[in-house]
Design a binder for this molecule. Sequence first.
Ligand code: PNS
Length: 172
Amino acid sequence: MPPKPPSVIAIYPGSFDPITNGHLDLVQRGARIFDALIVSILRNDSKLPLFSVEERMDMLREVVHPYANVEVDCFDGLLVDYAAQRSATVLLRGIRAISDYEYELQMASMNHRLRPGIETVFLMANEAYSFISSRLVKEVYGLGGNISGLVPPSVEARMHDRMQKTKQRGAE
Ligand code: PNS
């Protein structure tokens, strides 16, 4: 019997503020390709998030639980160091449009320089989701637009709760 190939662990890093159906599509596809997929939220993000890291982790866990080989985590510091700590050899990222390419190429090249043993693998966003971003979802929802079909229903419910609380605070 030939020796069993080593299992491939991939990290899918991001802000996920909040997770969209585009992210979820990538999780589903990544879970089919890799032996294990770790969806991991950057902790020390300079962007001011709508949801705390813990809230984002809860939202992620709620939607990835059907996938037995998918885990949710968070990280600080350099992504490649975290990947090495988790024995991951692949970084998974999605590309929606040519406008994503330049930023992604820069990050992948830097990460490769820092740790050549870790490869970035890109999946093209499903065209049904290629226009969705967390930033636009928040903007549209904040202005009263309909976001159903853009984020999982559990995320939409949390966005609704967050908006109600913000309104209540404003009225106090
Ligand atoms: O969803 P995002 O915000 O586009 O994700 C960006 C992320 C988290 C992948 C990127 O900012 C990152 O990896 N940050 C960790 C710090 C790091 O390793 N920086 C050097 C990357 S070249």
